[in-house]
Design a protein around this ligand. Sequence first.
Ligand code: SF4
Ligand code: SF4
Length: 110
Amino acid sequence: MTAPAIFDLKTPVTKGTSGIVALDEQIASPDPCIRCGKCVQVCPYGVMPLYVDTYLEQERFSELEEVGLTNCRECGGCAFVCPAHRPLLQTIRLAKAKLGKLAGEVKANG
Ligand code: SF4
Ligand code: SF4
């Protein structure tokens, strides 16, 4: 569940392809978070994905580490259980990239 979603059946299977998950129904468009807490309950690493989603959207980058972002192992469990179909794994990857970029800028600026 950690690989990117593929929408085009012409996408080739290469020797680097370790597996394919085919869903039997169309993934619904995301709805607003309903604060059910399922993403937090399912995470084996203590991450709070709903807050990663919120803080990234609100550009509260300094608070991303406080909700466990760096502990995420990108298993995809949170996105799988989310009843609002939030794209939590993609959000987490974006947040990690943003934090990495900010850390690089701080290092470059001394
Ligand atoms: S993808 Fe990350 S935040 Fe989501 S359940 Fe897995 S480890 Fe936790
Ligand atoms: S599982 Fe989805 S709807 Fe529930 S709190 Fe997490 S992000 Fe919000």
